[in-house]
Design a protein. Structure first.
Lengths: 119, 96, 226
């Protein structure tokens, strides 16, 4: 496959050499299930007659990740990154709004940590 | 109106530089196969990926490739195949 | 790699709760501490505040997916093994047959592929992780791995061997790469020695891995011994 000219994308891995398949599995964490659920809900939500998100956009954002990010981010990390990117693209919120909310969430977590809340 | 019918010999076009979101895997491009069935028409993922409506819908086909066509040094059974769903613009009849 | 599960939509009632940030105890019983977890929390709260989604919708979607699992696919397989008419309908139009059986899967398009004495089917999505979620639940980690996605199309027999499965060389291995809107389910061959079993007992022989095609169902004697 490497003798074909052009630009093979990093996610397009059918046929490339790889190691043994590790037969492992575990139940997703709750935050991962929430990402999954968000994906489903947004895929059914309709605004102005258009779906809020399509799986095609999600895939495109993930495929555009640089290879090292693609490899080091976990499955649901790639998803939550992609969902947040698409929704900003579509104007559901602004980057500033998301950043502000992120700061608020982190501040709250720090407060809870210093109050001795269980991790 | 679908261009191909089951049994038709086709080749995936030799496009290795298509940018953006593409659902034709690299490993089957410029490879010869046979139409296994027509799947119907579906919105184009290459444009859906950029929040377009994906229209007009494209005919989609299940294409069967012999493993020995895909990988010259395939070590499995002689009859082994891979079936891939490919959108019509990515296919040409092998007479072309 | 990512999944395609926006097309596994679950049609349920939406209650439009446009209140201020409501404490969501069941959704919030973990404390975020990685960047991705912080992002998930922020995203969720922002979307709920803006009325884009509701906490109830999210809960419903989680519960729906938690309820999906291999037992659903196994029931379909066992029905196909015992009811030739159902099997014929399943192979002709998987979506319609499964909906009539009672499992909502639309708008997913389901194609059921049958293992026979001459053909063994294996499912993969090399480009991401497309999977018949509404029948089997969330895909396992290995299915989404680089190793499986790369090698299942290139050397399926070696991959199957890693799962303990050997298919004779004269049997055609047919790998299905789910690149578009179809989702695939393997209908395994009914195991030897299972003639007297009820549909429920037959379903117990059918594993998720057999419906992806990396294993075959065990016979009843072996299953009972384990």
């Amino acid at each position: 496959m490497t003798d074909k000219p052009g630009n093979r994308r990093y996610h397009d891995m059918g046929g490339l050499p790889a190691g043994p398949v590790e037969n492992d599995d575990h139940e997703p964490d709750l935050w991962e299930k929430r990402v999954d659920a968000m994906m489903v809900c947004l895929g059914t939500s309709v605004a102005d007659g258009k779906k809020l998100i399509t799986v095609d956009e999600i895939r495109r954002v993930i495929e555009d990740l640089p290879p090292d990010a693609y490899d080091t981010m976990s499955y649901y990390e790639r998803w939550v990154h992609s969902i947040s990117t698409i929704l900003a693209e579509r104007g559901v919120y602004s980057r500033e709004e998301l950043e502000a909310k992120l700061a608020e969430v982190k501040a709250r977590a720090n407060e809870q940590a210093s109050e001795g809340a269980a991790p | 109106m679908s261009r191909f019918a089951p049994g038709d010999k086709v080749r995936v076009i030799a496009d290795f530089t298509r940018p953006g979101h593409v659902r034709t895997p690299w490993y089957c491009r410029d490879k010869a196969g046979v139409i296994e069935r027509a799947c119907g028409a579906f919105a184009n993922p290459e444009t859906l990926a950029y929040a377009k409506d994906g229209l007009p819908k494209l005919p989609l086909y299940r294409v069967r490739f012999a493993q020995r066509e895909l990988w010259p040094d395939y070590g499995g059974g002689a009859g082994d195949v891979v079936e891939i769903e490919i959108y019509e613009p990515w296919l040409k009849a092998t007479e072309e | 790699m990512q999944d395609d599960n926006t097309d596994d939509t679950h049609d349920h009632a939406h209650d439009h709760d446009h209140g201020t940030r409501d404490f969501q105890p069941d959704l919030e019983d973990t404390h975020p501490f990685t960047e991705a977890q912080f992002l998930e929390t922020a995203l969720r709260e922002l979307l709920i505040e803006k009325g884009v989604i509701t906490a109830d919708e999210l809960r419903g979607a989680i519960e729906f997916m938690d309820g999906r699992g291999a037992h659903l696919g196994a029931g379909v397989v066992a029905r196909a093994w015992t009811d030739p008419g159902f099997k014929a309908r399943l192979l002709a139009d998987g979506t319609e047959a499964v909906e009539l059986y009672g499992i909502p899967i639309r708008p997913t398009h389901l194609v059921v592929v049958e293992n026979t004495a001459t053909v063994h089917n294996v499912i993969v999505c090399t480009l991401c992780s497309c999977y018949p979620r509404n029948l089997l639940g969330r895909p396992p980690l290995w299915y989404k791995s680089r190793e499986y996605r790369s090698r299942a199309v290139r050397e399926p027999r070696a991959v199957l061997a890693e799962f303990g499965t050997t298919i004779p060389a004269e049997v055609e291995i047919r790998v299905h790469d789910s690149t578009a809107d179809m989702r695939y389910l393997v209908l395994p061959m009914r195991p030897e020695g299972s003639d007297g079993l009820s549909e429920v007992e037959l379903a117990e022989l059918v594993t998720r891995d057999a419906m992806v095609g990396v294993t075959v169902p065990r016979g009843p004697a072996r299953a009972a011994a384990e």
